[in-house]
Design a protein around this ligand. Structure first.
Ligand code: NAD
Ligand code: TYD
Length: 357
């Protein structure tokens, strides 16, 4: 048996491949365009593992995707591929529309053509039959006030950034392909992830690496924006569980029950670094905190009500924020060569040499 995964040279996808192969013999075909966020070093330890096949390409390339579907006959397609960073979407929304909206549309059409030709036994909605699982975000629901209840699957979509609007559009396409064509889809909406292989444009890895490099730790606005943090392996286990037992056509909210204000997250990181790798001058990393101009349209608070995942699928996160964040700092301290490759841009040179990317 085989699954086709997209975007799995990125942060969550690469963690998913590791988590998946740790407990399954099933082959994983990994289609990734290797944008700036795609890094094959995230999958270095799988170089000689025949269960993982890497294919360089775009989810929007229908010929290529059709070829892969015919060749590998996957029992499921999991779509992680996306442009994922809000700040980049503000500076240049075009790529977000291209990949997240048009790319998902093209992928859905390629998958629909494949699914339509599957034998009848593979096309009904029993647990063994084909699935298309779409990985999405809590940001599609918009923003919460301090007193609002966390987002449920029934909340209306109210995206505020070009990123979240493009993800919301892709979720709507996935929903429509189920209702109109019967494609057996599952959608997961998850809160902010953190953990190994996180690209250092996002808050947590950025703060760890800037702190160690003696650079400022930028806090947007007043730093009181709240995110619901989930350790990435818990997200990966949730996705595997939805694939295994989720009800076709349904959406599942995934979150950590871990709401934290940004400033508290940064202070926690500084305190762990003070303990594990103290500054040479003996001063506190928190002295590097710098308040900067706020992000335009900055959502104030996200929080997920993940009780459907718990009640219907028996999933709960294993890591608390305290255990997960410590593991994450330890991972960055222990993986200097990965960090160097990313910060020096050496991983891009490797790509240029191999793919002319
Ligand atoms: P990422 O930016 O780290 O990785 C994205 C990957 O997709 C990269 O490897 C990139 O090369 C690839 N890619 C981009 N465009 C492509 C295309 N057109 N064709 C093929 N591959 C392409 O993102 P991530 O943080 O790992 O997020 C993965 C998914 O999870 C995204 O769909 C994102 O919206 C969603 N998500 C992320 C978070 C989070 O906190 N990071 C939370 C909830 C949901
Ligand atoms: P980010 O990691 O970009 O995730 P998202 O915008 O998808 O939630 O940012 C997390 C929070 O941290 C968000 O409220 C913006 C804030 N932030 C900063 O304050 N400083 C930074 O340098 C970055 C990258 C983010």
């Amino acid at each position: 048996m085989t699954i086709l995964v997209t975007g799995c040279a990125g942060f969550i996808g690469s963690n998913f491949v590791h988590t998946w192969l740790a407990s399954s013999k099933e082959m994983v075909v990994n289609l990734d365009k290797l944008t700036y966020a795609g890094n094959l070093a995230n999958l270095d330890d799988l170089k000689d593992d025949k269960r993982h096949v890497f294919v360089h390409g775009d989810i929007g390339n229908r010929d290529l995707v059709a070829e892969l579907l015919t060749q590998y006959q996957p029992r499921a397609v999991l779509n992680f591929a996306a442009e994922s960073h809000v700040d980049r979407s503000i500076h240049g929304p075009g790529e977000f529309i291209q990949t997240n909206v048009l790319g998902t549309f093209n992928l859905l059409e390629s998958v629909r053509a494949y699914w339509t030709k599957l034998p009848e036994s593979n096309r009904d909605v029993n647990q063994q039959s084909f699935r298309f699982l779409h990985v999405s975000t809590d940001e599609v629901y918009g923003t919460l006030s301090a007193t609002d209840a966390p987002f449920k699957e029934t909340n209306p979509y109210e995206p505020n950034s070009p990123y979240s609007a493009s993800k919301a559009a892709s979720d709507h396409l996935v929903r429509a392909w189920h209702h109109t064509y019967g494609l057996p889809v599952l959608t997961t909406n998850c809160s902010n992830n953190y953990g190994p292989y996180h690209f250092p444009e996002k808050l947590i890895p950025l703060v760890i690496l800037n702190a160690l490099a003696g650079k400022p730790l930028p806090i947007y606005g007043d730093g009181q924006q709240v995110r619901d943090w989930l350790y990435v392996e818990d997200h990966c286990r949730a996705i595997a569980r939805v694939l295994e037992a989720g009800k076709v056509g349904e959406c599942y909210n995934i979150g950590g029950w871990n709401e934290k204000a940004n400033l508290d997250v940064v202070h926690t990181l500084c305190a762990i670094l003070d303990e594990l790798q103290p500054r040479a001058d003996g001063r506190a990393y928190a002295e590097q905190i710098t308040y900067v101009k706020d992000r335009p349209g900055h959502d104030r608070r996200y929080a997920m009500d993940a009780s459907k995942m718990e009640q219907e699928l028996g999933w709960r996160p294993r890591e608390t924020f305290d255990t997960g964040i410590r593991k994450t700092v330890q991972w960055y301290l222990a993986n200097q060569s990965w960090v160097e490759g990313v910060t020096s841009g050496a991983y891009r040179q490797w790509l240029d040499k191999h793919y002319g990317a």
